[in-house]
Design a binder for this molecule. Structure first.
Ligand SMILES: [Zn+2]
Ligand SMILES: [Zn+2]
Length: 175
């Protein structure tokens, strides 16, 4: 689960959110907990409540799926890439995951916790990954050498504009 360690580091105490599955309570996870020096609080999310108080369910996954769907739909319409081929599907997932891990989206993650009531401070205005990466009016050309194709995405990490080929098809642009 993405949020387990990376999300919680934005707070000076660690709130571990666990779904109501004993699955997570493996010796490995307990060992990882021992490495933290901050106080830890375990909060169990009751069964069937994840849609209301699990930050990933409440706000994160929808954003993630929106970007995957936009890329998939655009590839289907404008290329002959077989998007449902396992390798291509995984490339898209890896690419989107990499974009979401950019520092500029920290407030999106904070907002997910705020929306569920785990944080009291609103993180402030932020752009969603889809808004930033597929900004309307993105008319620049791909930054790669003499590519010259119209850009399809602005990378959330390096802020460079990339065409399909150099983001997903020929190269896999991940950070
Ligand atoms: Zn980049
Ligand atoms: Zn290109």
């Amino acid at each position: 689960m993405i949020c387990k360690y990376s999300w919680s580091r934005y707070y000076d105490r660690i709130n571990r959110l666990e779904n109501a599955f004993s699955f997570w309570w493996t010796p490995g996870h307990q060992t990882k907990m021992m490495l933290f020096t901050t106080k830890q609080y375990l909060k169990l999310i009751p069964a069937k409540c994840t849609d209301f108080i699990q930050p990933a369910n409440v706000f994160f996954f929808r954003q993630f799926k929106t970007m995957v769907k936009f890329i998939t739909d655009t590839l289907i319409v404008s290329s002959n890439v077989k998007v449902w081929h396992r390798d291509n599907f995984l490339r898209i997932q890896s690419f989107v995951y990499s974009q979401f891990s950019a520092n500029r989206f920290q407030n999106l993650l904070r907002f997910a916790f705020f929306k569920c009531g785990y944080a009291s401070e609103h993180p402030g205005r932020f752009q969603t990954p889809s808004e930033y990466c597929f900004e309307s009016g993105l008319t620049e050309v791909c930054f790669k050498g003499d590519c010259g194709q119209l850009a399809f995405i602005r990378c959330a990490h390096c802020e460079k504009c990339l065409c399909f080929d150099h983001s997903l098809v020929l190269d896999l642009h991940v950070h």
